[in-house]
Design a protein around this ligand. Structure first.
Ligand code: PLP
Length: 442
């Protein structure tokens, strides 16, 4: 029997619209959102196709590594012969097509994972090179760009940086010149993080690595993969990276991992990191997984689809705010290589109203109103919105921005596309109610 689609769809859409109204989204804001969405069908289909590919990739890796029920119970104490931990690390190695991986709850966050990769693979007298400009803020202290206790600089490891050209392309002549005798490791940050440069596609990362390899086949090419996992069908380790590094409370944790970081790469690099994480002589053999494994496995399993939901949210936000006349980075129709979306408001009240909208849409702490505050390490006040199940998780719907020109908000995450959509509509609703955006969208 053929289903009458009209008769089925109408009551559902009507119920949906009423539910939005109950949740504080006015008719005109909802209608505007639907208009923006109608133009995004092809984009969303492409995102779903990438998610489908990556879902199969993760599933295949779990099957190949023979994940069993026994892998889900953790160990305590030293954690010798931790089947679940060892199998999970094989799963990560399969997913990233690398020789080995280190995936641990003892890696406390993304910065720690990156610091571990650097400190374990560099030796006194070596030089670290970033050919893509300034790295993520928290790495400044790891490297010693900002003086800090325990930095690479304190251990006699020097640092060089080649900035991207004004149009975002690689400065190949300067990179060739910077690759010196001492250069031991090249660090490439995939995501723009909180800068306005473009995020690097995996293809471009591959070109850069090939250029470096042709000149210095022996240097280690490491990619800071934060926010980039499962956004494309390829990962940097598919195009020559010796090591990819990231946080489990971003994409690959699928929103379920409560802590953790990962490194995947060449056996030699991963073993160096393991001996640094635990101790010389012990390496990967110790490190109890406690109760973390079920969420690591299940989170990784869900990660391709969760990442797709966050991507749809980013594309929706970009197109919605672009239509309203704001500068958005990346642009509404640009291809994406990470899940971060920036909107430049040029006005502090709008930045604050946006963040308060995201907070009001959260499942946790929705009744809290975030306000700008001073933060260590920042030279202006910062406003942050997050109502997350995992504290500080930025694969969950979140937004923040420094309260200074150009008053840009950085928005990311959403465990489901439906929640991301609601959050974005809530930001617009808040802007309209405060009289900061005209309610007729003319
Ligand atoms: C988040 C992030 C980091 C640091 O991760 P934390 O978990 O916040 O320590 C490093 N690099 C990039 C590009 C990031 O997005």
């Amino acid at each position: 029997m053929k289903r009458d689609e009209g008769a089925f769809a109408e009551p559902v859409l009507e119920a949906q619209r009423r539910q939005y109204e109950t949740m504080g989204i006015s008719g005109p804001v909802y209608a505007f959102g639907e208009k923006v969405l109608a133009a995004l069908k092809d984009r969303f289909e492409e995102i779903d196709a990438v998610a489908e590919y990556n879902q199969l990739k993760v599933l295949g890796a779990m099957q190949e590594a023979r994940v069993s029920e026994a892998c889900l119970s953790g160990t305590t104490g030293y954690g010798y012969n931790d089947l679940g931990r060892e199998t999970l690390e094989r799963v990560y190695a399969h997913v990233f097509h690398t020789e080995d991986a280190l995936v641990r709850p003892q890696i406390t966050c993304g910065t720690h994972a990156l610091a571990l990769a650097l400190m374990s693979n560099l030796r006194p007298g070596d030089e670290l090179l970033s050919p893509v400009g300034k790295p993520y803020d928290t790495l400044e202290e790891v490297i010693g760009i900002r003086p800090s206790r325990g930095s690479l600089l304190e251990y006699g490891i020097s640092y060089r940086q080649v900035d991207l050209l004004p149009d975002g392309s690689f400065d190949y002549p300067a990179i060739a010149q910077a690759l010196g005798e001492k250069t031991r490791l090249v660090t490439i940050q995939r995501s723009k993080g909180y800068q306005t440069r473009p995020t690097l596609s995996v293809r471009r990362i591959g070109e850069l690595i090939a250029f470096i390899r042709a000149r210095r086949p022996d240097v280690i090419c490491m990619v800071d993969n934060c926010y980039g996992e499962f956004v494309e069908t390829l990962e940097p380790s598919d195009v020559g990276a010796d090591m990819v590094v990231g946080s489990l409370i971003k994409n690959p944790g699928g929103g379920l991992a409560p802590i953790g970081g990962y490194l995947a790469g060449k056996k030699e690099c991963i073993e160096n990191a393991a001996f640094r994480l635990t101790s010389p002589g012990l390496g990967k053999e110790v490190g109890a997984s406690l109760a973390a494994l079920p969420s690591f496995y299940q989170g990784l399993f869900l990660a391709p689809v969760v990442t797709a939901g966050a991507l749809k949210g980013a594309v929706f936000a970009a197109n919605l705010y672009e239509r309203l006349g704001f500068e958005v980075i990346p642009g509404g129709s640009q291809t994406r290589h990470d899940i971060i979306q920036a909107v430049r408001f040029g006005n502090p009240d709008m930045l604050i109203a946006f963040c308060q909208g995201i907070q009001a849409a959260a499942p946790v702490d929705s009744f809290v109103r975030p306000m700008p505050a001073d933060m260590p390490g920042y030279d202006s006040q910062v406003i942050m919105a997050a109502g997350a199940f995992v504290s500080g998780s930025s694969i969950e719907l979140s937004a923040d921005g420094p309260v200074k020109p150009p008053y840009a908000v950085y928005f990311q995450g959403g465990l489901t596309w439906q929640h991301a959509k609601f959050g974005i509509l809530k930001t617009l609703q808040n802007l309209v109610e405060k009289g900061l955006v005209k309610g007729d969208f003319s």
